[in-house]
Design a protein. Sequence first.
Length: 1091
Amino acid sequence: MLAKPVFPKGTLILAFLLCSFVSFSQKTVTGTVLDTDSKPLSGVTVKAKGSETTVTTNDNGKFSINVPATTTELELTSVGFAMKTISIAGQSDISITLDKQVSNLDEVVVIGYSSQRKKEITGAVTVVNVADLKTQPSSDPASQLQGRASGVTVVQSGVPGDGATVRIRGLGSFTNNNPLYVVDGVQTSNITGLNPNDIESMQVLKDAASAAIYGIGAANGVIVVTTKRGKTKGVRVGYDMYYGIQDPGKGPELLNAQEEAELYFLARRNSGLATTGSVYGNGATPVLPDYLYYTGASNDGVPINAGNPNVNPSLYELNNSRLGETGYNPYLIVPAAKGGTNWYDVVTRTAPIQNHNLSLSGSNEGSRFLLSMNYFNQDAITRYQYYKRYTARLNSEFNVLKFFRVGENLQVFASESNTPGNGDNENNNTEASVIAQTFRPMAIMPVYQIDGQGFAGNKGGPGQGTWGNAKNPLAGAFRKRKNKTTNQNLFGNVYAELDITKHLMARTSFGGNINSQVSYRYPFIEYEYTENTGNTTYNEGSRKDNNWIWTNTLSYRNTIGDHNFSVLGGYESQKGGGRQIVGAATGFFNYSNYDFINLGNGAVQNLSGSQTFTPVARQSYFGNLNYAYANKYLVTANFRADGSSKFIEPNNYGYFPSFSVGWRITEEAFMKNVTWLNDLKLRGSWGKVGTEFAVNSGNAFTTFSSNRQSSWYDIFGAQNAPAEGFFLSFLGNPAGQWEKSVSTNIGFDATLFHGSTEVVFDYYNKKTEGLLYNPEQQAIAGAAASQALRNVGSMENHGFDILISNKANISKDSRLTTSLTFTTYKNKINSIANGLTFFNFNSGTNEANRIGQNATRNIVGQPLNTYFGYQVIGLFQDAAEVASAPTQDQAAPGRFRYADINDDKVIDDKDRTVIGNPNPKFSYGLNVGYEYKAFDVSAFFYGVAGKDAFNFTKWWTDFTPGGFPGGRSKDALYDSWLADGSRPGAKTPIQDVSSGNGFSTSGQVNSYYVEDASYFRLRNLQIGYTLPAALTGKANISRVRVYIQAANLFTITKYSGLNPDIISSDDRAASVDVGAYPVVRQYLLGASITF
């Protein structure tokens, strides 16, 4: 039997007709592609616009392409040449000329109150590829610079809404190393509220020659941002969005409940004590109790099991509405979490993140505009915490007359947050932070009481000393869920430009920002916590800040023969300040219903108006000269005079000059035959800049205050007639002046191989004199006076920055782009103050409170913020080794053996030494992009090498349970030294019940805490697809691109903490990990639509 035909009758005829229709609906276009010297170009990609049909030119520059009959334009692209779109209407054989585009050298770059072509820049300026930034979704544009701008080091906490810590070419000050940001000509201290979608261009001014025209505050570099405005005629609508989830990843690897019991027994055996009579039973193997405690019990040392007649679940009673009531004592019963509680998993979650941006832009002959609106919402990976922001921007410009323009750049945003750092001393990476609290409780502690609702804790009952005093971290997060901070901000400027002549232009701009912040901190009762009853005070605070800046410039630009020059002069005035008021109330009748808690409902109220409007005024005069001869010899000079109200005469003005030169050597006749080198520019610069950001407005003045405890006394001797006296409260410094930084820079810019490769290299040396610091002064009688900042120290940095980029057409359908940034800096303190060789600084991260010492010390001859302590050279193995070693307090087998640095046979303070450096030797970023037809893939890698971190979490997790009982690391049980000597290679010291916070264990800053924090991370991976224009065009949509993305997919590091990228609030005490925010993975789905 014959098989039934697969195709029905007539199919072949239909297929023939369809093929005929297709062939008749296409046309063939041929042509030749030439360069500007009329030489044929091979390898040029020719594409029918609106379709995927492409061909490449042959060795003679010729091509032949079959295009749909509806195609009206061809797109031509080739490395080293500007893309060109041509019309083919009514043509079948055409000749096309492509213009050279050598690494965008003619691109106009905004720097220092004016603009220059990239090829004319003589300073160290990084032009950031904004398109690359868009592949790294973030609420903070500064964080997107990580690894994408050479010479720039960026550390970000990962906390929603937190701004990144940005350092340009290292550290140059004891007090403030933040760069200056200039957005559309308006100076600001950060760009956290700026919508990344609104950014048109971003430049980083790294050397003093580039930044000196900004004078004040430019010592740490300048980041210049220009926002978008309309370009195309008509109106264009764009919508960009992404939505995804954030994964907190795996938390610290700590012992489970049974292992905690085994560690308890191990510590007793190591101490030569019996394991009987404990809460874990009387046997050789520990047995977990059924309950941890019950109210009223005090027989510590007896296991609490279900058969214990004192445990009566029917007595359990907890009434949240009565918390805070005088005489109310709830009856609490806490069951043992025998399976173990993973506290990191309890307080973290998979959290959503989303961003939506809508923009309208357009232009005509007389105006251009951009209107954008943005909504960003990110829940933290820690429960109950979040950050959300609403942003709107209006940029427009109008040609009032042919020679007169006016415009504005205005942004308004409102944000709301409940995140670490939102009050209650719970800043990220402090002992009170949510993440740090996950190290503290034992695994046997459950989350809830016996009823599964009331929070469990350590209050009262047998075993209280065994279970420790750690707080329940989920309880704290839940009770503070209503805490929030709101911000409303208006930022921008209005401006006018007048073309006086063809070459002469005047410009005036008035701008600034107005910010209003309100914070709410709610009280709570900690019924389950033994040390206190929580915070019974409600706090509400309001702060308003405003800053304005008025800038006026006159610029002249002209070309006469081979001479091209521009001159700019300007005057600038700034003023700003703030005011706040704080209110508090206590004595609420109900602490569980937050709707009843406000300033009016408290029995005791206190309103304190802090009249802190502290205006700071500045005025400046500045000038700039750019000169180029024959496009090959370049000279730039800047000068700025800044006056500040923070200083008094004769030191209230600072003067900041700079100059730079460049030589475009490829423009010389002897280089014309070097065809592989398209452009080579040698650069050199010198400049001076200054800063006074850390100085407050009253620094120059000595002040006196009154205090009942210190100065209420009867000066005439009558004891019953007290009179208010005065004491010295602040010792001013009328001689204070600017910190001044002098830097030199040499480098080159090169483009090679028809513009496909670009190399930028810079070497710099920067020295800062007159560092502002408040050294210790001789004590005076009475209350201690605060010290003013004084110009006492000096510091230097040197290093080099490298950028290498390449773009190549792999085939007619694919292209590859790569870029590599490399940054290094070496920092050294040259002097501090007369007679001082070091100073310590308490960062507030609590290691000084627990150990009694700061982990960091700032030492002359060393980098800022080095780790300083005892060098651990191993563990004592036996009593004989202890006896033969230098005398060391509390030395014993299994404890740390410290190096005798000065070889005096005694281990004491003189043996403390530098044990680590948190400043990286270098950092690098690698960006790879690949396009194939409508698909695109980009991957961004970032790494840091030669960086140490002080892992203070080990103080909680790696040492004896005899100190603070709580979570312990696996090393404490499985890799600690044993009294029987069976683990001679152990790195973790002996676990016993007597060492506590001892000299030879956890009680000193030592190298055991210092770890290599170098890392290599896949920062971002994105895969996108652009829908065919033939499809989207039917819906009148110009372009649709969809993508999937993953961030922080992996991190390769030896560091044992949650995140080697540790952010610190102060550079004088950086990279001390007390419980830093973890590396958070993101998985996103996004789309970009243009109408």
